[in-house]
Design a protein around this ligand. Structure first.
Ligand code: ATR
Length: 289
């Protein structure tokens, strides 16, 4: 029987994941199927269990089920624990292994496809929800000089970096932060947080991990925050966002989240199949429409 994989979400009709994984499978000569499954808002766990019973080998999970996927996993990777959310499930004899490839997807897109060296750079991360939380540790691991997390509700951003109040789900990550950032430092990186009024100086990389783009809103960024050659990165893809339009008008280089989407898929594919697909041709394929 052909190995089956799927992505679960709600809504899911416009997911690009089936196309991405079909391209990976073709490119690497792997025989598998990958489908999009619409799970009822109150029926995610049952939908996953049904898929597994029918012989499903693994699944990706997208909005709004990443926290539920975290909860139903009986084993978690360190990066899933750090993110408090799961986007990749692997079904095996021992149960359900939950992983999170979003952070590595972003970092691989930045370093691999966009040629950005993160070490020693100042990074501004906008947002303090699940999307932001998933990328904090992978970014810190690249040893930037500073990671400043900014959020409309400043207290939520401060919570994200406060060692004392890190949620239990941060586990190892929380421990790493507790061990190394009592004075706001992690392996040479200053980790700080605040509101938009607290933004100061110029940044080499500004990442939009807020839901503002979805609503067509621009977070209240000050003018002049981009350093020379800075990159503005919006996790959203598919259309120009107010944030990227602002960044362009400020002279920054712009990137949307399509590369991150393909890179997180590649990391999941590697986890399931043990084969690393080339991502650049698949990104090009999706850009072509
Ligand atoms: P996700 O899982 O996608 O991160 P979330 O947990 O709902 O979604 O978080 C949404 C994030 O976008 C939050 O950081 C939110 O800011 P608040 O914590 O202050 O609500 C941010 N956000 C949403 N709309 C925004 C807007 N119009 N301007 C700025 N930030 C916004």
């Amino acid at each position: 029987m052909t190995d089956r994989y799927a992505v679960f979400g709600n809504p899911i009709a416009h997911s690009k994941s089936p196309r991405i994984h079909a391209a990976f499978a073709e490119q690497t000569g792997q025989t598998l199927t990958y489908e999009a499954i619409l799970a009822p808002l109150d029926g995610f766990a049952a939908a996953v269990a049904g898929f597994r019973d029918e012989g499903g080998r693994g699944a990706n999970v997208t909005v709004p089920f990443k926290e539920q996927a975290f909860a139903l996993s009986n084993r978690l990777s360190e990066r899933a624990q750090a993110a408090g959310a799961v986007n990749t499930l692997t079904f095996d004899a021992e149960g359900v292994l939950g992983d999170n490839t979003d952070g590595i997807g972003l970092v691989n897109d930045l370093a691999g496809n966009l040629g950005l060296e993160l070490a020693g750079k100042r990074i501004l991360l906008m947002g303090a929800g699940g999307a932001a939380r998933g990328v904090v540790l992978p970014l810190l691991e690249k040893a930037p000089s500073e990671l400043f997390i900014v959020n409309r509700t400043a207290a939520k951003a401060r919570e994200l970096v406060a060692p004392a109040s890190l949620p239990a789900s941060f586990n190892r990550a929380g421990k790493a932060l507790k061990d190394t950032v009592p004075s706001g430092h992690n392996a040479g990186a200053t980790l700080a947080a605040g509101g938009y009024a607290d933004i100061s100086g110029r940044f080499d990389l500004v990442i939009n991990a807020t839901a503002a783009s979805l609503a067509g809103d621009l977070p209240p960024l000050p003018s002049g925050l981009f350093a020379d050659g800075a990159l503005a990165y919006d996790m959203m893809y598919g259309k120009d966002t107010p944030f990227l339009a602002f960044a362009r008008s400020e002279g920054a280089r712009c990137a949307d989240g399509l590369g991150m989407l393909v890179e997180q898929a590649a990391a999941a594919f590697f986890l399931w199949r043990g084969v690393r697909p080339a991502t650049a041709p698949v990104i090009a394929l999706l850009r072509a429409g």
